[in-house]
Ligand binder design. Sequence first.
Ligand SMILES: [Zn+2]
Length: 278
Amino acid sequence: MPPSPRLLVLTAHPDDPEVYAGGLICGYRSLGREVKLVSVTDGGAGHQEKTAAELAPLRRAEAAAAGAVVGASYEVWEFPDGRLLPTLEVRERIIREIRAFRADLVLTHRTCDYHPDHRAVAQAVQDASYLVTVPAVVTETPALRRGPVVAYLPDLFERPAPLRADRVIDVTPHLDTIVRMLTCHASQVFEWLPYQANTLDTVPTVPEERLPWVKEWFVEQIRPWANRYRDAMVAAFGESDGQATDLVEIFEISEYGRQPNAALLDELFPLSIDPMTR
Ligand SMILES: [Zn+2]
């Protein structure tokens, strides 16, 4: 039997993996599959008061705690937050990572994302997608005979093209676990993000109110994906379930990685974690 697929999530910031792919991450782990989450930057720019020197170690610890919730390794690299460029150094680090982890599926941002760090990671992953199979590049880590499937994380940006819904996953069964992961990023969900959204005065002070508060925030964050991709959901889940489901993740397969057939797509985005699919 072939080994179980391995998922590598390459994002710009600690907390991006959960926000954009928490459901798929939880689904993989619930099937006992290996998952590795990577933040290419140190997250040091994500606070209104703390300096990068104060914040970066804190975010590394928050990420480790979030990974522990699902038993996934969660690495935070040292590139400075808010200053990432798709340099050779970043590209080659990503090539090494994809090879060493033996990823079958790599998830990343799109190059038309709003955040320059997201765009830089996206570009570097695109640049690495083919080169992971070239032995003469990054010679100290053996090249892969076959590169991974690369897929883009959900977003709502429309120029030059909206995300194509190649795969739709119902994440409702994993909502509570995603929220537990997100809650580990306390410097973000209770401090920086509410500061940016001008909602700091609504952050609960009572510990037992914090988890439900994050859940409500997260549901509001991802509900627009379902509203935008309703047609794809109806196609995937059928009319009544497609209309009723509000919590989904949507993925587009990159042209630059391995091109999966239908059977491989089903394996990489397994139906067993998608109870609404018929
Ligand atoms: Zn980010």
